[in-house]
Write a protein that binds this ligand. Structure first.
Ligand code: ZN
Length: 347
């Protein structure tokens, strides 16, 4: 994967420490409206540690299960968060080759069942390396049943993408979007969306290996994806509703949306179309994603905070990578553990 020049504005260590101080100031006298947990890229598999594709990082496949378990143990202590956002890639793609996809999924779901807080699952590329979209829809990784059904006009039942919204507290809404709606992963090759996605990918990426990002528009690789026009229209409808009702919105996806939040090629194919929808509304305060295991942060021109959570899979024993977000009327405070930075997200 092509690495972009390092942006020194990302993850400033001193800023993390300053925010820790602010967190303790706040938590001391203010009770949040609600809290939620976030965790990303567990990529569990019962196999020995190994390096990533670029041979630059170690991946701790087996250890991820212990980290998931200990994050849930912490969240299970009072006060229990309202919900947990699992930002995708819960098991590793190599499971498919070893025929252990179902066993590994069962193992991680066994841990998740011990959580007192409900999980909202986002789907990543590794979900599609292991399972078809049709299988995922019927699995416990589909949490669309937790959708807010009080606004029937925002339903999109006829469309084939995994996206929904929910409101855990008055005036706050979370929108889970499907960044593999346009993708060659997980869809039957005969389906129109597969053919359309393959056409876009091959037009932009002339490499033999479609995971190779050695060309100008580096995001057009097989391990990323994008949003269809239908999903963009649905997102626009939800955000219009939130604008009208003076809500604050958090958008959750597996693939990051803003290129400047990451040093890697790992961002959405049609990020500019997604950003123009987000920027045409006043309600969006934050976008949360996974996929880039190094994590990242960028505050964009419309004051939207883009946070990429550090991946469990590349977190060594003795460290951790998850967070608990404390949501107040005018800010959210991310209490990060281990590699995950603590941050103040003002809005
Ligand atoms: Zn991923």
């Amino acid at each position: 994967m092509l690495q972009k020049p390092h942006d020194t504005s990302r993850c400033p260590e001193t800023a993390g420490r300053a925010m820790d101080l602010e967190l303790s100031d706040h938590a001391g006298y203010l009770r949040p409206c609600f809290t939620f947990g976030i965790i990303a890229d567990v990529q569990y598999m019962d196999q020995d540690d190994n390096s990533n594709y670029q041979k630059t990082r170690t991946r701790y496949y087996r250890h991820g299960l212990d980290l998931l378990r200990s994050a849930i143990d912490e969240w299970n202590k009072e006060p229990v968060p309202s919900f947990i956002l699992q930002l995708g890639d819960i098991i590793d793609g190599f499971n498919a080759q070893q025929l252990t996809s179902h066993l590994s999924l069962q193992t991680v779901l066994g841990e998740i069942e011990k959580s007192k807080a409900p999980f909202h699952h986002v789907w990543g590329n590794h979900e599609f390396y292991n399972f078809s979209r049709d299988y995922l829809k019927t699995s416990k990784l589909c949490t669309k049943q937790l959708e807010d059904e009080t606004v029937p006009s925002l339903r999109h039942d006829g469309e084939d993408f995994y996206a929904y919204h929910f409101s855990p507290f008055p005036k706050f809404r979370f929108v889970i979007i499907d960044t593999y709606d346009l993708s060659v992963l997980g869809r039957e090759t005969a389906k129109e969306k597969y053919q359309y996605s393959l056409k876009i990918l091959k037009e932009k990426n002339q490499n033999e290996d479609l995971d190779d990002s050695d060309f100008p528009e580096i995001q057009f690789v097989q391990f990323n994806g994008g949003l269809s026009q239908e999903q963009l229209s649905w997102l626009n409808k939800v955000l219009t509703y939130s604008d009208e009702n003076h809500e604050k919105v958090v958008v959750a996806s597996h693939v990051p949306i803003h290129p400047q939040a990451t040093d890697s090629a790992g961002y959405a194919w049609n990020y500019s179309a997604i950003l123009s929808i987000l920027h045409s509304h006043t309600c969006v305060v934050c976008c949360l994603s996974g996929h880039d295991h190094d994590g990242g942060y960028f505050l964009d021109s419309h004051e939207i905070h883009h946070i990429i959570l550090e991946g469990i899979i590349e977190t060594p024993p003795g460290s951790h990578a998850f967070g608990t977000m404390h949501v107040f009327e005018d800010r959210m405070i991310l209490n990060g553990r281990g590699r995950t930075f603590s941050r103040v997200i003002s809005y």
